[in-house]
Design a protein around this ligand. Structure first.
Ligand code: ADP
Ligand code: ADP
Length: 228
């Protein structure tokens, strides 16, 4: 579903943020994208969302070469992806229910479908009893559950989580990783960019490691670092 072919990216005049990356991610996979700060994880995600374009190479998503994609087709590409952020990015003046419903409204869903689907997703992420709460009334872990619910409400083929546990304590972080794996088990391809070593080690999933823009490791079921 995602193919990077000899992808390099350098922001104007700078050294490579990503250099000659070749990756193939199949539908239904759960993938950790790991690396320390500056390794190129955010750049990788921006290329997927076509917020940035590669300097050289091709990115193919669902058989479409996104490097050739016309501007008017970018929104459709982005709608095929849900994004979860480290800082949650919830709307502070909307309730939990409204935050999730809003993601369906802006993509033109019928009111009837919204009323049916939001409670289902709330129940799936374990927040049925918080539907009427505002984000400021929730714990970090709960806020991230809302972020995840919002990201999957429109059934994206790919869920991208950018350092989703960065603002959470270890216990909540583990719960969030479990939830992401649950979503993956229901068929959604999941890509988690993180430097949370402990979490990655607990999950034993595919690990793609970046270091200074280079792909240094791609293992099927592995740890954050090479096992010594
Ligand atoms: P990570 O998400 O792993 O921390 P980034 O993709 O943000 O890594 O950064 C990779 C490299 O690209 C770093 O050297 C960073 O300074 C550089 N970089 C990222 N964004 C920009 C930008 N908009 N302009 C110039 N350089 C950038
Ligand atoms: P912007 O396009 O305003 O910079 P963001 O940086 O918040 O938006 O998100 C980038 C892309 O991620 C959006 O264009 C959108 O397609 C996708 N996205 C963000 N939030 C969600 C969400 N809750 N559900 C699905 N996709 C989302």
């Amino acid at each position: 579903m995602i193919k990077f072919e000899n992808v390099s990216k350098s922001y104007k005049g700078e050294k490579f943020a990503l250099e000659d990356i070749n990756i193939d991610i199949k539908k239904g996979e759960f993938v950790f994208l790991v690396g320390s700060s500056g390794a190129g994880k955010s750049t990788f995600i921006k290329l997927l969302l076509k917020e940035e374009s590669p300097t050289t190479g091709r990115i193919i998503i669902n058989d479409i070469d996104t490097t050739e994609l016309s501007r008017r087709k970018i929104p459709k590409l982005r709608r095929s992806m849900g994004v979860v952020f480290q800082d949650f990015r919830l709307l502070p003046n909307k309730t939990v229910y409204e935050n999730i419903a809003f993601a369906m409204e802006i993509t033109g869903n019928k009111a009837k479908d919204i009323r049916r689907k939001v409670p289902t997703i709330l129940s799936m992420v374990g927040l049925s009893d918080k539907a009427k709460s505002y984000p400021s009334e929730l714990s970090g872990g709960e806020q991230q559950r809302v972020g995840i619910a919002r990201a999957i409400i429109n059934n994206p083929a790919l869920l991208i989580a950018d350092e989703p546990t960065g603002n959470l304590d270890p216990k909540n972080a583990t719960e969030i990783m479990k939830l992401l794996k649950d979503i993956n088990n229901r068929g959604t391809t999941v890509l988690v960019a993180t430097h949370a070593k402990d979490q990655v080690d607990k999950m034993m999933q595919r690990v793609i490691a970046l270091d200074h823009g280079k792909l240094v490791r791609d293992v099927e079921r592995g740890l954050y670092n090479d096992a010594k």
